[in-house]
Design a protein around this ligand. Structure first.
Ligand code: PRP
Length: 211
């Protein structure tokens, strides 16, 4: 049988994942010295090993959903925004941050009758949040540095990821309400979960011991 393929989110989560693989006793030399290669072998002491694919967060979900990767590691932020059909099996405990509603210091977002405008890189998360409050809000999708939107006068507030809070602080913004906690999750393709059950369960229990 071909080796299991795991899609990993490159960037912020990458180092945490590779460190975790090291703690599991896996040989991560190829991933650490990847150069421009995109599919990399990760050795295991039993000689089986698997293959790692480094991809953008949303693509991790696409690859796992379509079954071209058996497993994936991706942030709950992307899962909440993209949705999809897969099993979310484990909270890996790293990449901790949160979604929050934030606005310029001292502004009163939840008052008044005027429809508010909110900018976000995560329109689906934002829509679900305001609809759970029964609030009608206009949402504008922004691709990055969402904090700019209220500063430029485009929106009353933002729904964005807050980690240390520095970006908000340095731009005169403050959290109005927490929306959802975020951390890295292990996801599994639905068919693979049945077809490679033993291998996947063994991998999950190995991971669980080291997180
Ligand atoms: C994220 C997020 C905030 C910032 C929060 O942006 O959108 O801007 O990090 O982190 P902090 O609370 O520690 O300041 P990212 O750096 O991923 O870039 P982006 O704005 O291009 O999405």
């Amino acid at each position: 049988m071909k080796p299991m393929r795991i899609a990993l989110t490159k960037g912020r989560l990458e180092k945490n994942i590779i460190d975790l693989f090291d703690r599991m006793g896996l040989d991560t030399a190829a991933v650490r010295n990847k150069g421009r290669r995109l599919i990399l072998p990760v050795g295991s002491t039993d000689g089986k090993g698997f293959e790692v694919v480094l991809a953008k967060a949303a693509d991790v979900i696409t690859y796992v959903e379509h079954g071209v990767c058996d497993l994936g590691v991706v942030g709950k932020d992307t899962i909440a925004e993209s949705g999809g059909s897969f099993y979310e099996v484990l909270d890996l405990g790293f990449g901790r941050c949160r979604f929050a509603l934030a606005a310029p210091n001292g502004s009163v977002f939840f008052k008044g009758y005027k429809t508010k405008t909110v900018a976000s890189k995560y329109p689906n998360v934002s829509r679900a949040y305001f609809s759970s409050k029964g609030m009608d809000v206009r949402i504008i999708k922004i691709e990055g540095s969402v904090e700019l939107a209220p500063l430029l006068g485009l929106s009353d507030a933002i729904v964005d990821i807050v980690e240390t809070g520095s970006t908000l602080r340095e731009n005169g913004l403050e959290v109005i309400e927490e929306v959802m906690p975020i951390s890295a999750r292990l996801i599994v393709n639905m068919a693979c979960m049945k077809l490679r059950k033993d291998e996947i369960e063994a991998f999950i229990s190995m991971l669980e011991q080291k997180i």
